[in-house]
Design a protein around this ligand. Structure first.
Ligand code: BES
Ligand code: MN
Ligand code: ZN
Length: 506
C-alpha cells in the first residue's frame, strides 16, 4: 500500500566527477539587479561565462524555474540544471526553507534522472539538512494504481550533496534524520493518495501495522466490537452508515529514558461524503484526503521511533468512513461519546469532531504532558488561512512551541484564538452539546467543540492541548511547487517531529 522508494543521500566536498552523477544542480537567485548564480563549485571561468549568459538563457531565479544546460568536463555530468531559489539578496544568507524548496523543486523536476549532485550553498549543517530533506521530499511519485508505468519518469534515485561540511562528524546523523523525515512525509502522502476503494478503516489499520514493522512501537487496534463495548460513541456513530466498520488504532513509542510524554490524535475519515447531510458532487473526490491527520500522527510517531528520540509519543488514529446509508446517523441523533458526554448530531458532515472527541478523551486517560490533535476539520480553515497555512489553536504552552517548531521545520502555521463566546453556540436543546455552532469563524467553533473533551491531569488541571486544522495544506489540488507534489502533501509531519525533538532537548 505504501510502496515508496527511498532516495539515497550522501555528501562530497570536492571532485564532482567521482560522484558519477547525471546532473548537477546549481542555484540562481532573483536579486534586485537581476538573476545571479548562487555559490557553486564551478571553475571561476565557467561560472563567469554562465553568469554572462543568465539573462540570455531566460534564467530569472524565480522559485521553481528549472533550466537544463549541457554539462562541462569539470562537472562530469551530462547536464547542469539551474534551479531558481526565488528572491534573495546577493551575499545574503538563504533560509533553510529556501534551500529545502530549491533542492526539492530540482529533484522533483529532474525525475527520470538517476543521480543528481546538489551544489547549493551550505554554510551550516542546518543548511545541509534542509537540502537533504528537500531532496528526499522531491523524490516522490505515486504510481501504485497504474497498469503501466511506461512514459512515467521515476523519481531521482540518489542525491549527492556538494558541501564543505561533507566530512563533518555530525554529517551521517544529519543525513539519516533527513532520510527518516523524507520517508515519513512520503508515507503520509501515499496514505492520503490512496483511493477510498482501497483505503478504508480496516485496511488503514493494517497499513499502520505494516509501516510499524521493524520499529520499536506497539500497535493496538480496536475493532467495531471493542469500540461498541467500550463506548466509543463518536467513532461508532460516524462509521455506522458504512459497510466498512470503523477502527481506533493506537501506536505507542515508549523509549526507556523518556523526558516527556506526548499524545497525538489524528482524524482518519477514509472518505467523507458528508453522510446524510450529503456534500455536493463537485470535488467530493478530494475527501479521500480526510484521513490526513491520522496519517500525519502515525508517521510522526514512526519517525520519532526511527530517530530514537527520548520522548514517549503515542498516536491515536480515529478511523471511520462517513457514508449515508440505512444505518447512518441522522441529524438530531444523540451520541454518547467515550467518557460519557452526549452530543446531538445536527449535521452529519461535522463528523471529524465526533471521532476526534473520542480520541482526545482516550488520550487524556493516560495523563500525557500534552495532547496535539491534527485534523482536516473545517472548510472554514481554508476561508480563514488559505491553502498552505495550518491553523493552530489551544493552550499557549503548546501552540507557542508548535509555532517555533513549525518555523524551524519550514512549515506554515498560524495561531488562532478560542473565543469563549463561541461555546454557547454549541448548546443543544436535548444533549450536553451540539456538533455544529456559529458558522462565522467555523474553524474556531470546531476547536471550541474539541476543547470540551480535553481531560484533566492527576492534579486536576486541564491537560495542555493544541488543535491543528490542516484542511487546506494537507492536499494540493493546484500545481506542484518546491518539494510539494499534487494531492497529498505530508504537511505537519516535520513540525511535529521538530516539536518532539524540542521536548527531548528541554
Ligand atoms: N472534512 C471536512 C472539512 C474539509 C473541507 C476538509 C474541505 C478539507 C477540505 C469536514 O468533515 C466537514 O465537512 N466540515 C464541515 C463542518 C460544518 C458542517 C460545520 C465544513 O467545514 O463545511
Ligand atoms: Mn465532513
Ligand atoms: Zn471530514
Amino acid at each position: 500500500m505504501v510502496k515508496n522508494v527511498e532516495i539515497g543521500l550522501s555528501a562530497i566536498s570536492r571532485d564532482l566527477k567521482k560522484a558519477a552523477a547525471d546532473a548537477i544542480v546549481i542555484g540562481v537567485g532573483q536579486g534586485s539587479d537581476g538573476p545571479f548564480l548562487l555559490e557553486n563549485p564551478l571553475a571561476a571561468k565557467s561560472a563567469e561565462a554562465l553568469t554572462e549568459s543568465l539573462k540570455a538563457l531566460g534564467a530569472t531565479g524565480a522559485a521553481d524555474q528549472l533550466l537544463r544546460l549541457p554539462g562541462l568536463p569539470e562537472t562530469g555530468t551530462s547536464i547542469i540544471a539551474l534551479v531558481g531559489a526565488g528572491k534573495v539578496d546577493a551575499g545574503g544568507t538563504l533560509t533553510g526553507e529556501v534551500l529545502r524548496r530549491a533542492a526539492g523543486s530540482a529533484v522533483r523536476q529532474l525525475a527520470g534522472t538517476g543521480t543528481v549532485i546538489l551544489a547549493l550553498p551550505t554554510a551550516t549543517l542546518g543548511d545541509v539538512a534542509a537540502v537533504a530533506e528537500g531532496a528526499a521530499m522531491g523524490a516522490y511519485s505515486f504510481t501504485e494504481y497504474r497498469s503501466s508505468t511506461e512514459g512515467l519518469k521515476e523519481p531521482v534515485r540518489k542525491a549527492v550533496i556538494f558541501t564543505e561540511l561533507a566530512s563533518d562528524a555530525a554529517l551521517p546523523t544529519v543525513l539519516k534524520r533527513a532520510g527518516v523525515i523524507g520517508k515519513a512525509v512520503n508515507a503520509t502522502r501515499s496514505l492520503v493518495n490512496q483511493p477510498p476503494s482501497h483505503l478504508f478503516p480496516e485496511s488503514f489499520a493494517d497499513a499502520a501495522k505494516e509501516l510499524s514493522k521493524g520499529l520499536p512501537v506497539k500497535v493496538t487496534v480496536w475493532d467495531e466490537k471493542r469500540l461498541e463495548k467500550e463506548g466509543f460513541g463518536g467513532i461508532m456513530g460516524v462509521g455506522k452508515g458504512s459497510s466498512r466498520q470503523p477502527r481506533l488504532v493506537k501506536v505507542e513509542y515508549s523509549p526507556a529514558k523518556a523526558t516527556a510524554k506526548v499524545a497525538l490524535v489524528g482524524k482518519g475519515i477514509t472518505f467523507d461524503t458528508g453522510g446524510i447531510s450529503l456534500k455536493p458532487a463537485a470535488n467530493m473526490g478530494d475527501m479521500k484526503s480526510d484521513m490526513a491527520g491520522a496519517a500525519v500522527v502515525l508517521n510522526t510517531v514512526l519517525a520519532a521511533a526511527g530517530l530514537g528520540l527520548p520522548v514517549k509519543a503515542t498516536a491515536w488514529l480515529c478511523i471511520a468512513e462517513n457514508m449515508p446509508g440505512g444505518a447512518a446517523s441522522r441529524p438530531a441523533d444523540v451520541l454518547t461519546m467515550f467518557g460519557g458526554k452526549t452530543v446531538e448530531v445536527l449535521n452529519t458532515d461535522a463528523e471529524g469532531r465526533l471521532v476526534m472527541a473520542d480520541g482526545i478523551v482516550a488520550a487524556s486517560e493516560e495523563f500525557p504532558d500534552a495532547i496535539i490533535d491534527v485534523a482536516t476539520l473545517t472548510g472554514a480553515q481554508l476561508i480563514a488561512l488559505g491553502n498552505r497555512t495550518a491553523g493552530i489553536m489551544g493552550a499557549d504552552s503548546v501552540t507557542g512551541p508548535l509555532k517555533v517548531a513549525a518555523d524551524r521545520a519550514g512549515e506554515l502555521v498560524w495561531p488562532m484564538p478560542l473565543p469563549e463566546e463561541l461555546r454557547p453556540s454549541l448548546d443543544s436543546q436535548v444533549a450536553d452539546l451540539a456538533n455544529i455552532g456559529e458558522r462565522h469563524g467555523g474553524m474556531m467553533t470546531a476547536a471550541v467543540f474539541l476543547q470540551e473533551f480535553v481531560g484533566k491531569d492527576k492534579a486536576g488541571d486541564t491537560i495542555p492541548w493544541a488543535h491543528v486544522d490542516i484542511a487546506g495544506p494537507s492536499f494540493n489540488n493546484a500545481s506542484p511547487y518546491g518539494y510539494t507534489p499534487k494531492q497529498g502533501t505530508g504537511c505537519t509531519v516535520r513540525t511535529l517531529v521538530s516539536y518532539l525533538e524540542d521536548r527531548a532537548d528541554s
